[in-house]
Design a binder for this molecule. Sequence first.
Ligand SMILES: [Zn+2]
Length: 484
Amino acid sequence: MANYIPSVGMEVHAELATRTKMFCRCPVSFGGEANTRVCPVCLGLPGTLPVPNRAAVEMVLRTALALNCKIAMESVFHRKNYFYPDLPKGYQVSQYGETNPLGYHGFLEIPTAEGGLKRITIRRVHLEEDTGKLMHLPNGGSGVDYNRAGTPLMEIVTGFNPETGVPDISTPDEAKEYLTQLRLILLYLGVCDGKMEEGSLRCEPNISIRPFGVDKLGTKSELKNLNSFRSVQLGVAFEVRRQTAVLDEGGIVLQETRGWNEQREASFAMRLKESENDYRYFPDPDLIPMQFDEATIADLRASLPELPLAKLRRYQDSLGLSTYDASVLVADRDWATYFEACVQLGGDPKGVCNWMNSEFARLLNESGQAAAESNVTPAHIVDLLRILAEGQINGKMAKTIFADSFESGKLPSELAAGGGQITDEDAVREIVRGVLAANPAIVEKFRSGNEGVKGFLVGQVMKQSEGRANPQLAQKLVLEELAV
Ligand SMILES: [Zn+2]
């Protein structure tokens, strides 16, 4: 592998999270009985006229802006003509051309292993419609389900780096990282639910290798049926190995589309691509050209949320979180929002983060709830951390009280009142004396040099106090009383 440089291009399709389809009012949702969400428009019946979905156009424009693209202030839809049964009209409405897609010539940044950033060139972000689904019927033969036909689909394609003239992505890890960042941006924008397993986010990487010192890219193969991040990473790695073996044996890499076998973790040839298909693109005469003004684009730009990478940097630089802690929070937009609400209420960022990612995450996992559905609000977390910091309760009690709070919705300070931590020296000393008196044999062991038994005695003090004794105080007093 060391003799070749891999190049990876990424083509990602994202089903847009609109309520209705691209050119009709049929609802968009996953699954359901076949052909129940269809109408004359999305079935392509003669005499129907499409009406573009404004929400879908705005979603693509916002994505293009988030990906630092130029915006096509005038943009048209094209017909991409080909015959396949999943396409009821005989053509797919799409967008053709270098500067006609709603967004073009942008970039996305991915974090590198060295802690820096790498810029991945985006060639275009365009809007099209999804196809139906072919399915094998239980009694033999095949059927088509058009429920998905006409769902707004956004295509995001990487390009060649303007300086090097080749794709920016050159390793399986970078391919995975690109997809991770892109998915997160789409989730933050609320334009796609990002479910690779349901096919609402689909990734088709193309891979080629070329010998070191050679500028011209090698012949590429394109991978399909990758339905997880892991399979994208494995698939790219597999293709690099496979093509290396082909070239090392003096063979030639064929330009082909290859499928991915999840079980065998291997790709297989699906079809040869001897030449580019001629789709005979032409502007769709049923759809008028789209035009945007600067004010609309400025409004959309202003509506963009803080994006994941910017958030990550802010958590590290301004809130002092580690890269790991910050990335756990940023990986889920709702989780990050919850965290920020706690910090807003005066919670210490590091303390809040630790509590959320340990105890809170554990209880949510066990109950199958999302943070916002639970009884615990940001005020509960901040309240708990405050009484913990003030020494009213100890760490062990905090867990018990928090679990109670999670069940009942009561504030931790309320629950702690009356059953708080015992920090009174005399009260703890009394318990310590009682424990020593009840364990003369253990005390004897300590006095004859076995200092390890001290832990047992402290443990007994904690048990006697039902976990409420201040642990440091208990430790100190056990030693004091043993020395008497
Ligand atoms: Zn329809």
